[in-house]
Structures are given as C-alpha cells and as structure tokens.
Design a binder for this molecule. Structure first.
Ligand SMILES: [Zn+2]
Length: 89
C-alpha cells in the first residue's frame, strides 16, 4: 500500500514525489538565549500521533507546505500553506 501526500496545490500524490522537511518547531525570537536556539535546531518532539510537518513537492509544483500527519497510523489529516489560519505556531 502506498502513501499519498495531499499537496494543497496538486492534490494527493505518491510520497516518492515529495521530500520530508521535518516537524515544525517555533522559531526563537532574535536575542533569545543560546539554549533556546539549540533546542530549536536540534531537539524534536517525535510525537506519537498527529503532528504538523513540512513537506516539499519536489517532483510536482516545487512548493513547501504544511501537513498534519498521524505518525502512528501514518495517515495525513490535511495540508495547507504556511500562511493558513490552521497553522500551529
Ligand atoms: Zn504540488
């Protein structure tokens, strides 16, 4: 069974057309302590269940977008552009 990634521009496509960009992580403010910057760069939640992730449609529209994926069932719950109101900050 193949995994279909829902590109907000092209619709569901085979996962081999995409690059995974990792889970989203809130960017620290300028002048934040170095510990916060290190956490932003290197620490991942590795959630068990739904999480927001970056995806790039490498072999399609060549756009970065956000998707919610259940990491246990490995199913997508939706996708949207970075400026969408559904984005978790
Ligand atoms: Zn696309």
């Amino acid at each position: 069974m193949s995994l279909l990634v829902p590109c907000p521009n092209c619709g569901p496509r085979e996962f081999t057309e995409f690059s995974y960009g990792g889970e989203t992580n809130a960017r620290p403010k300028p002048n934040a302590p170095v510990e916060k910057l290190a956490k932003y760069l290197y620490v991942r939640r590795n959630a068990s269940g739904p999480q927001q992730e970056w995806w790039y449609h490498r072999a399609g529209c060549r756009s970065w977008f956000l998707a919610r994926r259940d990491t246990v069932a490995n199913t997508f719950l939706g996708s949207y552009w970075p400026d969408d109101a559904r984005r978790e900050r």
